[in-house]
Write a new protein. Structure first.
Length: 726
């Protein structure tokens, strides 16, 4: 079955490749032409650190000086300066050239990028009502600025002149690629529309931006406002001691000493649901989590997502596409909704069948223990954990002492050092946006600077959005032949330390740290000559992150970092073997939970118009695929932040798409008999991590692997029979 998945992937990868992608792009470094020197800020405000030269180490945002009231004035100054830079390009009396138009655009908006980088990190990871208010005021200004540039007819005419002459101009392949990407971006942004259509597009973009912001604010509220208060000692039965201590600490901070508070943050809810024999409390927590944004109050997201979907559908038609999914997938490796559905449906069948088998086992266990006669969503994790302990003698909580947060982080650093020669040195002198954040200087083996890495691991209820992510305060770029090193941040929602004790991670949380670190490496090792080529197709961008998860649980790596926080004892070999055997136990649940959300995403974005009733639409979507009632999609519509507020619309399928890639890519190291084979690591670095969007993704993968990807390694990982050649 999954061999057919691999064949499907190969078909999707090779369709529609442009001619330039058939031959390798030159590996020679490209030195951009001398860029325009930005004008001084048009209305610099004295004493605003965002508008003054940043003399901090690595030119990071001076968070020790920035106050909330500095952001809005800085945004307004930066936007106005960006307008002046664009005007200089538009009014250049010289004929349009690559240097005076394409490169000039590439290097415009530097001040705005700095301000956005400094503000964006706080807004997602450490927001406040004041920052949210600023964001609501700034968002329409930024949306208008983007449209002002993308829909400018005079500017597009200059770009089109260069685009039409690209094959006869003396441009390098990488410069041709940049011209094509810039031109395509303007066309996809509406440059070819008539004035009436452009005006409507501006309105759509502005309203969509504000609705996405509203969605995020609503979700943050519903996640942070709920709390389960426990005031009876007996209701703590079965819970891990660190979880109980954290709940007591949360209660104390909430003014409820002597009680325990559990929240919807991942470090609180999932260990509780997995461990508590109090079924009614598991139900209360699970229902609160799965109904976020769905309470028919001022924080309800149903009307918000319906309107976003309607606007996206209208925009797609306006731009000449059948649906929003068609618009999005044109830029991805999958290319069409049909290709995505075909992949998801082929994995769905085996996953549902495996879930049915596991459900039978869970019901039998519940019956033996005098439990419920049916398995509900709040029962699955509880009985699955019991069954895993019985079958594999693996207690997830018993593993935590071997996964001290700092040790896991050092384990990730160790892998990066072994693969790429990178070193990580903590820099306490670097200003950070929050006391929880740590800064690390990253250097190459020869001592040159690769970049700066911020790590922000603890959860912060009410101020940090849920999940884990990697982003940049400053992207890597080349200016006048000099590389500007990136500033990258990894953000997670791990448990907070309680008392004097360390933070101990679950094995899943350890894998999450490695995953986000893989994204960070992708950013830190980027070597694209133009910032505009730094992006990667959504269904290729997860390869660098997902492949890193493989090293996290390899015995050779575990023995380096998985040491008991009290005794220093390396995790026992027999326990590692149990972990490996048990690793497939939850795979069916994980696949169904994830695939159901992926299909829901695609269903929303393949509509020509938005459904009137989002709840009925979601129910129909899940009924169509016979989603097991015991498993709620990983994200229901009203709290699906990935697709309404984080750039993954019609793209959540990317994780399963990249599962094939990462399993196949990691197998390249396995085939060498060396997890850190230097030739393989160098090839992965040169052909994947460094390239961004400078070449076609399939071309890059084939150059690394020597062939198209196949699903053999994924079959082994999922526990299916290994594919055989025909």
């Amino acid at each position: 079955m999954l061999k057919r998945v691999a064949l499907l992937l190969v078909v999707a990868f090779v369709l529609g490749l442009p001619a330039w992608a058939q031959a390798p792009v030159t590996q020679a470094p490209v030195t951009p032409a001398k860029v325009l020197t930005p004008a001084k800020p048009v209305a610099a405000i004295a004493g605003n650190p965002l508008l003054e030269p940043w003399t901090t180490p690595f030119q990071v945002p001076p968070y020790d000086k920035i106050k909330p009231e500095h952001y809005l004035p800085a945004f307004k100054v930066a936007i106005e300066q960006n307008r002046k830079e664009i005007d200089a390009i538009l009014n250049n009396p010289q004929p349009p050239t690559f240097a005076n138009t394409i490169e000039a655009l590439e290097y415009s908006g530097e001040l705005l990028s700095k301000v956005q980088g400094a503000f964006g990190g706080l807004q997602s990871a450490d927001t406040t009502p004041e920052l949210q208010s600023i964001n609501r005021e700034v968002t329409p200004l930024l949306s208008a600025m983007r449209d002002e540039v993308r829909l400018n007819e005079k500017l597009f005419k200059r770009i089109k002149t260069i685009y039409d002459a690209r094959s006869t101009s003396k441009l390098t392949p990488i410069q041709v690629k940049l011209v094509e990407e810039v031109y395509k971006g303007y066309v996809r942004g509406g440059a070819n529309l008539d004035p009436r259509q452009k005006e409507r597009l501006r309105a759509i973009n502005s309203e969509t931006a504000m609705l996405s912001l509203k969605f995020g604010d609503n979700l943050l509220h519903d996640t942070g406002s709920f709390r389960l208060v426990v005031n009876k000692q007996e209701d703590l039965a079965g819970l891990p001691a660190p979880l109980v201590a954290a709940a007591a600490d949360t209660a104390k901070k909430a003014g409820l000493p002597g009680q325990w508070v559990f929240t919807l943050d991942a470090p609180s809810i999932w260990p509780f649901v997995q461990s508590s024999p109090r079924r009614e409390l598991r139900e209360q927590l699970t229902k609160a989590y799965t109904t976020r944004g769905d309470h028919n109050d001022q924080w309800d997201n149903k009307a918000v997502i319906t309107k976003i979907a309607a606007l996206r559908a209208e925009r797609a038609v306006l731009l000449g596409y059948k649906t929003h999914a068609d618009y999005v997938l044109e830029e991805n490796m999958a290319k069409t909704p049909a290709q995505v559905y075909a992949l998801l449906n082929q994995v769905w069948g085996p996953a549902v069948a495996a879930v049915a088998e596991q459900k039978t086992a869970l019901l039998e266990l519940a019956r033996k223990e005098g439990g419920p006669s049916t398995i509900e969503p709040w029962d699955w994790r509880y009985y699955a954990e019991k069954l895993k302990k019985a079958q594999y003698d693996v207690d997830q909580e018993a593993l935590r002492p071997y996964f001290k947060l700092e040790n896991v982080r050092e384990g990730a650093f160790y892998v990066a050092n072994k693969l790429y020669g990178l070193t990580f040195t903590e820099r306490p002198d670097v200003p950070v946006p929050n006391p929880d954040v740590k800064a690390f200087e990253v250097k190459e083996a020869d001592g040159t600077l690769a970049g700066l890495l911020y790590t922000d691991y603890p959860s912060r209820t009410g101020s940090k959005r849920v999940g884990a992510w990697s982003s940049s305060y400053r992207s890597q770029q080349m200016v006048n032949g000099k590389r500007i090193a990136p500033i990258v941040v990894n953000v997670c929602n791990f448990p907070r330390a309680t008392g004097d004790g360390p933070v101990l991670l679950s094995i899943e949380e350890a894998s999450t740290l490695f995953h986000e670190f893989g994204h960070a490496l992708n950013s830190l090792l980027s070597r694209v000559p133009y910032r505009g080529l730094g992006g990667t197709p959504r269904d290729f961008v997860e390869l660098p992150s997902q492949i890193m998860e493989n090293w996290a649980t390899e015995p050779e790596v575990l023995k380096v970092y998985a040491k008991h926080y009290k005794t220093g004892q390396v995790i026992p070999v027999d326990l590692v073997q149990k972990i490996q055997k048990a690793s497939r136990f939850d795979e069916a649940f994980n696949q169904v939970e994830y695939l159901a959300a992926s299909i829901l995403d695609m269903d929303w974005h393949t509509q020509s118009s938005a459904p009137a009733d989002p709840t009925a639409f979601e129910n129909q979507s899940m009924a169509k695929i016979h989603n097991p009632r015991e498993i709620v999609p990983r994200y229901r519509s009203t709290y699906f932040n990935h697709i309404w507020n984080s750039g993954y619309s019609a793209g959540y399928y990317s994780y399963v798409w990249c599962q094939v890639l990462d399993a196949d890519a990691f197998q390249a190291f396995k085939e060498k008999g060396n997890l850190f084979d230097q030739a393989t690591a160098l090839s992965f670095r040169r052909n994947v991590l460094e390239k961004g969007g400078s070449e076609d993704a399939m071309t890059l993968y084939k150059r690394f692997r020597g062939r198209e990807p196949n699903a053999d390694a994924l079959l082994i990982r999922l526990g299916f029979k290994k594919a055989t050649s025909n």
